[in-house]
Design a binder for this molecule. Structure first.
Ligand SMILES: NC(=O)c1ccc[n+]([C@@H]2O[C@H](COP(=O)([O-])OP(=O)(O)OC[C@H]3O[C@@H](n4cnc5c(N)ncnc54)[C@H](O)[C@@H]3O)[C@@H](O)[C@H]2O)c1
Length: 703
C-alpha cells in the first residue's frame, strides 16, 4: 500500500440511469440493478483501499451521477478547478463537490458560467506530472484549457474527441506510471493523434482495439504497477504485463450502462506539483466578423461547421439579424483552436467564406522573402478563386491575377506596392510572399435576396442539376450566351473529344461560327477527331452519320494527324482546302484562338498541340483572362485545369455525364458555377435549338 495516495469516491446509494446524456445511457433508463451496482462499487472500493486511502463524499438524492467523482473537478496540489457540467442534469452536483473540496482545504477555482469543463473526466495528468492532457469536443470547451494552465501553472495539451461513445477523455485515454500511455486512437482526430505521438515515444504507447475500448479498458485506475479496470482482453493483459503492469479486473457493468467505469468512479486527490514546470498553453483565440445573408444562404452554418470539423471550437459573441429581406446579417464569432497550426487552417477556410479577423483590421500581412526561384517560404498563404486583399504598411492592396492554388507575391515599385497571385514556379528572388493568415481578406459578393433569386444561375446554385432540369439550364445558358455575345463579351469553351463522338461537333461549330465563342481550349484529341470527321466522315473510325464502324476506320485518326503534319498546321490545312468544316475549321475561319494542350496519351501529336505543359498552362491562362463565361464540355482533364485558373465571378457551366466530375468542378462554393449531368451531344443540340428560339434582347449588336 502507498498511503500517501488518496482517492475520493461516492457510494452508489442514489445511483440509477435516470436520463440520457451519452450513447451508453440510451435504452438503459432504470435498467441498472441497484444491488448489483452496490456490489460492484464495493468490489472496486475494496481493491483501491488495498493500495491507497479512500475518502468518501456523501451521496445526494436527485444527482445519481455523483457516484462518478472523477467529474468533481481537477486537482493539482492543493488547487482544484471545479467542474462546470455541460448538462443541467449534472449541474446539481457542483455545490456538493465544492463544499467537500473547501472542507478539505483545497483552493477552489470556478470557471465562468457557460464555459463547460468536466474535471478529471476530461483532464488527465501525465503520471510523471510533466503536463496535463485535456480533452474537448463533447463535454468540455476548448476555451476552458487556458484557465487550467493559468490556475494550475502547468502545460496543457489539448486533445479533440470525435467519437461520442468516448465523450470524456478518461473513457479512451489513460496515462500510466513510467510514462506509458494506454489509449484508443480511434477516439481522436488526426491532429490529436499526431500530438500524442509527438509527446509519447512509440515504445511507451499502448494503443488498444475497439473491443477493449468499449469495455472501458482505458477507464482504468493506475496506482504504481497496478491497473484496475472493468475488463481487458488477454492480449491487452499480456501487453500490459510485458511492461510491468498487473491488471486487476473488477466487473463494473452496471456503471457502464451510464457510460462510466473504474476511473470515472474515483478521483485522485493527491497529485504532486512539480515546481520546476510552468504554465504553457497552445490554445489560440480570434474574434472574426462574418457578414452577408448568413441565415438564408446557410453561410453561418457552414462557417460554424467548418470550425468544428477542423478541430476548433466557437462562441457566437454577437449576432445582428438583418431585419429587412434585403438587409444582411452580421456575426461576431470567437474561434478557438488547440494550436496556431490548427488556427491557421481554420482561418484560411473562414477567409474563403469572407470572414474578417477583427483585431486584424490593425494588423499587416506577414511577409517572407523568396529565397529560391520557384519556391515559396514555408507556411505561405494558398490563394482561392475569390477577390483578395492584403494589408501592407497599413493599406489594403488588391491582389491581381486572382486564381486558385497560388501564392501572393509582393513587389515594391516606385508606383507603389503590387500584390499578385503567382504559381509557385513563377516566384522570383526579390519578391516577398504572404505567409500565415494575418492581414488577408477575401471579398464575397453579398447580393440582395431578390437579386439572388432573380439571377439567371441562382436556381441551379443548390447543386448539380438533375436530368429533368437540363432543359431549364439550357434555356438559361442560351440566354446568357446571347447576352454576352451581343454585348461584345467573352465566352471560353473547353471541350474534350466526346463532343465529336456524341455528334455535338456540328453544334459547337455553329456556336463558333455565330460568334458565341471567343476562345477554345482543349487537347490533341478534340482537334484530331474533329478533323477526322471533317476529312473522312468518321470519329475514331465510326461513321458519324450511320453510327457504325467503317472498315479500316481505326486508322483514320492517324491519317488525319498525318495530313495535318504534312501541311504544317491546322490553319494551313484549312487554307489549302483540306479541311472544310468542323470546329477547328470554324476557329480558323472566324479568328477564334484555340489552345491544344498536350498529354501523355496523345497520338501524333498535331503540330498545333503544345507539348510543353507549362507553356500550355500559360496560354490557357491568357485566354481565360477577361472571360465572363466558361463552358466546360466533357473533358475532366482540361476542365479541372481551367477551373483552377479561373477567379470567382466567372460563370462556369460544366457538362459531363459523370455526376462526380460535375460535382468536383461546380463545387467551388461559388454561386456562379453550375453543373449539368447529361450527354454533351444532347446538351449542345438543345443549346443551338434554344438559341434559335431566342430573339436578341438588344437592338444593336456590338460585334
Ligand atoms: N488520340 C488522341 O490523341 C487522344 C485520344 C483521347 C484523349 N486524348 C487526350 O487525353 C486527354 C484527356 O482526354 P479527355 O478530355 O477526353 O478525357 P477526360 O477523361 O479528361 O474527360 C472525358 C470526360 O467526358 C465525360 N463523358 C464521357 N461520355 C460523355 C458523354 N456522352 N457526355 C458528356 N460527358 C461525357 C467523362 O465522364 C469524362 O469526365 C486530353 O488531353 C486528350 O486530348 C488524346
Amino acid at each position: 500500500m502507498t498511503p500517501r495516495i488518496k482517492f475520493l469516491m461516492c457510494a452508489p446509494d442514489h445511483y440509477d440511469v435516470d436520463y440520457v446524456i451519452n450513447p451508453w445511457m440510451e435504452g438503459n433508463i432504470h435498467k441498472s440493478s441497484r444491488d448489483r451496482a452496490v456490489e460492484q462499487w464495493q468490489g472496486l472500493h475494496h481493491i483501491i483501499k488495498e493500495h491507497a486511502i479512500v475518502d468518501l463524499v456523501q451521496p445526494q438524492k436527485g444527482v445519481p451521477d455523483m457516484v462518478f467523482t472523477a467529474n468533481a473537478g481537477l486537482v493539482l496540489g492543493k488547487n482544484v478547478v471545479l467542474s462546470r457540467f455541460l448538462h443541467k442534469e449534472r449541474q446539481g452536483e457542483e455545490p456538493f463537490f465544492k463544499a467537500w473540496f473547501e472542507e478539505n482545504g483545497y483552493t477552489v477555482y470556478e470557471l465562468p458560467k457557460d464555459l463547460p469543463f468536466e474535471g478529471a473526466g476530461d483532464a488527465l495528468l501525465d503520471r510523471e506530472g510533466r503536463w496535463l492532457w485535456a480533452g474537448y469536443g463533447f463535454r468540455s470547451e476548448l476555451d476552458s484549457h487556458p484557465y487550467l494552465a493559468k490556475w494550475l501553472d502547468i502545460e496543457v495539451l489539448s486533445l479533440r474527441l470525435i467519437d461520442d461513445r468516448f465523450y470524456h477523455l478518461d473513457t479512451c485515454f489513460c496515462p500510466l506510471a513510467n510514462g506509458y500511455l494506454l489509449y484508443y486512437p480511434g477516439a481522436f482526430d488526426s491532429y490529436s493523434n499526431r500530438l500524442i505521438e509527438m509527446r509519447v515515444a512509440a515504445e511507451k504507447r499502448i494503443p488498444i482495439e475497439e473491443a477493449d475500448a468499449v469495455n472501458f479498458a482505458c477507464n482504468a485506475v493506475n496506482i504504481d504497477h497496478i491497473v484496475v479496470m472493468n475488463k481487458a482482453s488477454d492480449s491487452l493483459k499480456a501487453r500490459l504485463g510485458e511492461v510491468g503492469f498487473q491488471v486487476i479486473e473488477t466487473p463494473l457493468t452496471e456503471f457502464l450502462k451510464a457510460g462510466g467505469a473504474a476511473k470515472c468512479l474515483t478521483l485522485r486527490t493527491t497529485e504532486p506539483v512539480r515546481e520546476e514546470l510552468h504554465a504553457n498553453v497552445y490554445v489560440e483565440s480570434r474574434i472574426l466578423k462574418i457578414e452577408g445573408h448568413l441565415l438564408d444562404s446557410g453561410l453561418i452554418n457552414r462557417a460554424l461547421d467548418l470550425i468544428v470539423d477542423n478541430g476548433g471550437s466557437f462562441q457566437v459573441l454577437n449576432f445582428s439579424l438583418g431585419e429587412q429581406r434585403q438587409s444582411t446579417s452580421a456575426a461576431e464569432v470567437k474561434v478557438s483552436a488547440p494550436s496556431h497550426e490548427v488556427m491557421e487552417s481554420i482561418l484560411s477556410h473562414l477567409i474563403d467564406l469572407g470572414a474578417v479577423d477583427l483585431p486584424q483590421d490593425e494588423r499587416d500581412a506577414k511577409l517572407e522573402p523568396v529565397e529560391k526561384n520557384g519556391v515559396a517560404p514555408d507556411d505561405f498563404y494558398v490563394t482561392t478563386i475569390y477577390p483578395t486583399e492584403v494589408r501592407i504598411s497599413g493599406e489594403w492592396v488588391q491582389v491581381q491575377n486572382q486564381r486558385m492554388d497560388g501564392a501572393i507575391a509582393i513587389t515594391r515599385t516606385p508606383q507603389g506596392i503590387v500584390a499578385k497571385c503567382k504559381l509557385l514556379r513563377d516566384l522570383e528572388v526579390g519578391e516577398e510572399v504572404v505567409v500565415d493568415v494575418l492581414g488577408i481578406r477575401t471579398i464575397r459578393k453579398t447580393e440582395s435576396r431578390e437579386k439572388r433569386n432573380a439571377e439567371e444561375f441562382s436556381f441551379m446554385s443548390a447543386g448539380v442539376s438533375s436530368e429533368r432540369r437540363v432543359e431549364l439550364v439550357v434555356e438559361q445558358v442560351a440566354w446568357e450566351l446571347r447576352k454576352i455575345r451581343d454585348a461584345g463579351g467573352k465566352v471560353v469553351v473547353t471541350a474534350g473529344p466526346v463532343v465529336i463522338h456524341t455528334g455535338g461537333g456540328e453544334h459547337l461549330s455553329r456556336l463558333i461560327r455565330e460568334g458565341y465563342v471567343q476562345a477554345l481550349l482543349g487537347g490533341n484529341a478534340i482537334a484530331v477527331h474533329d478533323i477526322e470527321q471533317s476529312m473522312l466522315g468518321t470519329s475514331l473510325g465510326v461513321d458519324m452519320k450511320r453510327g457504325v464502324a467503317v472498315r479500316g476506320g481505326h486508322r483514320h485518326h492517324l491519317k488525319a494527324i498525318n495530313t495535318i503534319r504534312r501541311y504544317g498546321s491546322i490553319a494551313k490545312a484549312v487554307e489549302a482546302g483540306i479541311i472544310n468544316s468542323g470546329i477547328m475549321y470554324e476557329c480558323v475561319k472566324n479568328d477564334v484562338p484555340f489552345v491544344l494542350a498536350g498529354s501523355i496519351r496523345d497520338d501524333g501529336p498535331l503540330p498545333d498541340t503544345q507539348m510543353d505543359l507549362i507553356k500550355a498552362q500559360v496560354e490557357y491562362a491568357k485566354h481565360i483572362r477577361g472571360a465572363e463565361m466558361i463552358l466546360m464540355l466533357s473533358s475532366m482533364l482540361h476542365s479541372i485545369g481551367v477551373g483552377n485558373m479561373t477567379p470567382a465571378g466567372v460563370k462556369m457551366v460544366c457538362v459531363d455525364i459523370n455526376p462526380a466530375v460535375v460535382t468536383k468542378l461546380s463545387d467551388r462554393g461559388s454561386i456562379e458555377s453550375v453543373g449539368v449531368v447529361t450527354d454533351v451531344g444532347l446538351f449542345l443540340s438543345l443549346l443551338v435549338q434554344q438559341l434559335d428560339k431566342l430573339t436578341s434582347p438588344y437592338v444593336t449588336k456590338a460585334r
